[in-house]
Write a protein that binds this ligand. Structure first.
Ligand code: UDP
Length: 332
């Protein structure tokens, strides 16, 4: 089997490549290196630097490598940035996904796995959110991803395309064996930022909003270990290749079903690292829902997903190990 991974030089994509190679699957990575790093791509993968919307390139890759399935990670993912640059987000996440879909369908690919997001739900109450909840994203980022889900749904009716869209909750941590991790030039995600504070890369952390209607006033999120997340994609790949999954379109939440507040996360990073870095209180950040936790039954029932690293201490300690590795490597 041969799989094309877009965004395979990025955070989640590079972990996906490791998992596929560990499973004995041939991997082609297509990445423009706008935020990714070629040194993160496993040497056993074929690496092609380019644009996912380059139809000729995509067709050539699919044909040359006899690609059976596409896993599409390449995207922009920072909510506040999407508010400042909505058209850039619709281009990167929606328009380019349209072009990629057209090219892979024309080239005869029948299996597609899509990185969607919990941001498609928008404001939700305190309860875990199921896949049937209403979809009312509150940021251009969420809308850019939801439009891609809709395109996939429509395209799978018109063409012989099966797909799984995974709605990621908050992805964090790093490969337990230390082979990959989050390497953003400008980190914005909470656990990464806190790990940078704990390892001295930055002077402390700001908490964006302490007046939310949550138990301690800070936002609540469902943090999932990146290695469990990529394992869900392997399950999705198996599902799409099985008799049961053929011709199917499936949308699943990918989270643990347990929420932690920003304060709880910061306290965990301090405790696990043993470093008491400064914490400042800052205004709310635009586009942040107060709380969002997955109702996570469907992914277990349909894909048989079994998370193995559902532990905030473990997620934090792997994130910290990667941060120390980056510090020793002296940057990127
Ligand atoms: N957050 C924070 N300080 C930071 C980074 C994030 O208080 O330096 C908060 C953010 O406002 C949100 C939560 O942490 O409430 C998770 O944000 P993140 O950017 O990690 O993921 P998102 O939920 O936006 O995808």
């Amino acid at each position: 089997m041969s799989v094309l991974v877009t965004g395979g030089a990025g955070y989640i994509g590079s972990h996906m490549v490791l998992a596929l190679i560990d499973a004995g699957i041939d991997v082609v990575v297509l990445d423009d290196l706008s935020t990714g790093f070629d040194w993160l791509v496993h040497p056993a993968a074929t690496f092609e630097q380019g644009d996912v919307a380059d139809a000729n390139l995509v067709r050539r890759l699919v044909q040359r490598h006899e690609i059976d399935a596409v896993i599409h990670f390449a995207a922009r993912i920072v909510v506040p940035e999407s508010i400042a640059d909505p058209l850039g987000y619709y281009l990167a996440n929606t328009v380019k996904t349209r072009a990629l879909l057209e090219a892979v369908i024309a080239a005869g690919v029948e299996k597609f796995i899509f990185s969607s997001t919990a941001a498609v739900y928008g404001m939700v109450g305190q309860d875990p959110v199921s896949e049937q909840a209403s979809l009312a994203p509150i940021s251009p980022y969420g809308r850019s991803k939801l439009m891609s889900e809709w395109m996939l749904g429509d395209a799978s009716v018109a063409h012989p395309l099966s797909y799984v869209a995974l709605r990621y909750f908050n992805v964090a941590g790093a490969d337990p064996e230390g082979r990959a991790g989050q390497s953003s030039r400008q980190a914005t995600h909470l656990i990464k930022v806190a790990a940078e504070a704990a390892t001295g890369k930055r002077n402390g952390i700001d908490i964006y909003g302490t007046d939310y209607e949550t138990p301690d006033g800070t936002c609540v999120r469902d943090y999932i270990h990146v290695s469990d997340l990529v394992a869900a994609h392997l399950d999705a790949l198996r599902y799409l290749g099985s008799a049961e999954g053929t011709g199917k379109r499936l949308v699943v939440n990918c989270g643990y079903g347990r929420g932690y507040s920003v304060r709880e996360v910061i306290d965990t990073v301090k405790r696990v690292s043993g470093v008491d870095f400064p914490v400042r209180f800052a205004p709310r950040r635009p586009g942040d829902p107060a709380g969002i936790v997955a109702k996570a039954e469907r992914i277990r029932e349909t894909l048989g997903w079994m998370p193995r690293l559902a532990d905030l201490d473990l997620i934090t300690s792997h994130a910290l190990s990667w941060e120390r590795f980056l510090a020793k490597r002296n940057g990127f």
